[in-house]
Design a protein around this ligand. Structure first.
Ligand code: NAG
Length: 161
């Protein structure tokens, strides 16, 4: 191919919306929709996205659970489905949070300015977006190196009930 065609191709690739092209990771896709990468733990393998409807399926290499700063226990299935649009994830399936002694499915995640709002249907909780700058690691979450400790609001779900 001529250099001009190659330049054109790489230009058009860089402005294309996310697709299931494997160069684009699930983390890139989140950012395209204005979400931070830390909504997904490390170990995402890939994803499928229907660009018309926003319906997606994301795959993790393993079922994953961790505790966020000792406050919330989160559990990710290896397959997560839902609908994504700018600032909004809905009809989510595959991510749950332990509230008191119940595991509740997180059904919707919304970004409002610099806050991320998680809804379990009957209750919701908001967290500053900088809590999601980094991807948590299965097992130890964000506390893997113990240097890095940030407190999340620990009772937000409960107090919004
Ligand atoms: C999944 O991926 C993470 C991050 O890349 C890695 O630490 C972990 O060992 C992997 N788990 C399995 C079961 O391969």
């Amino acid at each position: 191919m001529s250099p001009i065609i190659i330049a054109f191709l790489s230009l058009s690739l860089s402005v294309l919306p996310p697709s299931s092209a494997d160069k684009f990771t699930a983390y890139d896709a989140l950012q395209t929709f204005n979400f931070p990468v830390g909504l997904l733990p490390k170990g995402a393998l890939g994803y499928d996205l229907d660009e018309k409807t926003g319906k997606f399926t994301a795959y993790l290499n393993e079922t994953c659970s961790f505790s966020l700063e000792g406050s919330y226990d989160l559990k990710y299935q290896s397959k997560i489905t839902g609908y994504i649009s700018r600032n909004n994830l809905r009809n989510l399936n595959g991510i749950s949070v332990k509230v008191l002694f119940l595991w509740l499915n997180i059904v919707e995640v919304t970004r409002v300015d610099d806050e991320i709002d998680f809804s379990v249907g009957i209750a919701s909780a908001s967290f500053p977006i900088n809590n999601f700058d980094q991807c948590p690691q299965c097992g130890c979450g964000l506390d893997c190196d113990t240097v890095h400790v940030r407190k999340m609001k620990s009772n937000a779900f409960v107090s919004s009930l």
